[in-house]
Ligand binder design. Structure first.
Ligand code: NAD
Length: 357
């Protein structure tokens, strides 16, 4: 029995999460697993109900679960609240911190049926399947920040620190995931300029001795940004620090052209967090237009990384490919000749492919 905390959140979150739950139930039926789903409040929905974006009860539910399925949070209604009460700063960051989620995994997989959605040429992107692993709790975003008055006006200081331990644990995840895939790992840094990057490179190089079956390639971040659009097929798994990862994950994800298709996983602690890469899309909320596939593919990542059910994860991913090949499209990925479906129907089509009827 796997216990899943279900946090739909706001906007389209409440529409897409039930579709992923439906898909997990179909997997449970087909492969004989039992999943227990327990719903919790988060984000604006929690502010409206109990006055805070991350209630204690939700945090407890997450700690007592095997994995978390999150929709999206935020929206214009809550934009003007003080920072600590805003959905993102008040819920997402504290949740990641409380759960020790130091690694963010974002795959950029191109679906052949959606090739024309990318801004890049077909021959450049055909067949890309990249996993970017971003360090999530260290580096510049978490270092000490301050301002000083100087003769030249104000001086703003952000500090970028990394310890060997922080680098080693994220790099280890990189090697482990590379080992399950094509056994090539790109470690991205700026070791020609930054001391933290020199420690990064030394640490990753040292760790590589434990993974002789994985080819390790070091790359500077500026070159990586260029290579991602020049020849993305050279990459399989990329591991990098927080800020470089923030930028490169967005860049890599856009190779595939569609935000409604991009899943993510945040790992590191006992309980993994799975959510689509997009936000709560207030502009289309409540209209049944949202594409649930990013959330469904996040559920597939949950099966693979939290429950170690690789075959079941593959079954979800294959079902998504077949649904797209059959031409079913939510509005965000609609093309000439596509068969229009709403959020719920898209979920149903995926379930049909899994169940075989
Ligand atoms: P967004 O990702 O919500 O939307 C950007 C655009 O993509 C919109 O036009 C939207 O309609 C479209 N879109 C997004 N997901 C889609 C889907 N599944 N299907 C079809 N179309 C989709 O980003 P935004 O508009 O910048 O932010 C909206 C709200 O979401 C804000 O309050 C923001 O703070 C929040 N947000 C939350 C998260 C999160 O919960 N992790 C992440 C990003 C943004």
């Amino acid at each position: 029995m796997f216990k899943i905390a279900v946090l739909p959140g706001d906007g389209i979150g409440v529409e897409i999460v039930p579709e992923a739950v439906k898909v997990l139930k179909a997997i449970g039926r087909k492969y004989g697993h039992s999943f227990e789903f327990n719903e919790g409040l988060i984000g604006g929905a929690a502010i409206d109900a109990v006055g805070v974006p991350l209630p204690e009860e939700t945090l407890r539910l997450c700690h007592n679960s095997d994995a978390i399925l999150l929709g999206a949070i935020g929206g214009p209604k809550w934009d003007n609240l003080p920072v600590h009460l805003r959905p993102e700063a008040g819920a997402l960051l504290p949740l990641r911190k409380a759960l020790g989620l130091y690694a963010n995994l974002r795959p950029a997989t191109l679906y052949n049926a959606l090739m024309d959605a990318s801004t890049l040429k077909r021959e450049v992107i055909e067949g890309i399947d990249i996993m970017v692993i971003r360090e999530l709790t260290g580096g510049l975003y978490f270092g000490e920040k301050r301002r000083e008055e100087t003769a030249a006006g104000q001086c703003a200081i952000d500090t970028l620190t990394y310890t060997t331990e922080e680098i080693e644990r994220i790099a280890r995840l990189g090697f482990e995931i590379a080992r399950q895939r094509k056994k090539v790992l790109h470690s991205v840094d700026k070791a020609n300029v930054l001391e933290s990057s020199r420690l990064w490179r030394e640490t990753v190089t040292e760790l590589a001795k434990e993974y002789p079956d994985v080819e390790l390639i070091h790359m500077y971040v500026d070159n990586c940004a260029m290579q991602l659009v020049r020849w993305p097929k050279q990459f399989d798994v990329i591991v990098t620090e927080n800020m470089f990862g923030d930028i490169l994950t967005d860049q890599a994800s856009m190779l595939t052209g569609s935000i409604g298709m991009l899943p993510s996983a945040s790992l590191g602690g006992k309980v993994g967090l799975y959510e689509p890469s997009h936000g709560s899309a207030p502009d289309i909320a409540g209209q049944k237009k949202a594409n649930p596939l990013a959330t469904i593919l996040s559920a597939a990542m949950m099966l693979r990384y939290s429950f170690n059910l690789a075959e079941e994860a593959g079954a979800v991913e294959d079902a998504v490919v077949r649904v797209l090949d059959l031409g079913f499209r939510t509005p965000d990925i609609m093309q000439d000749g596509g068969k229009p479906v709403n959020t719920e129907e898209m979920g149903d089509r995926v379930v049909e492919q899994i169940s075989g009827h």
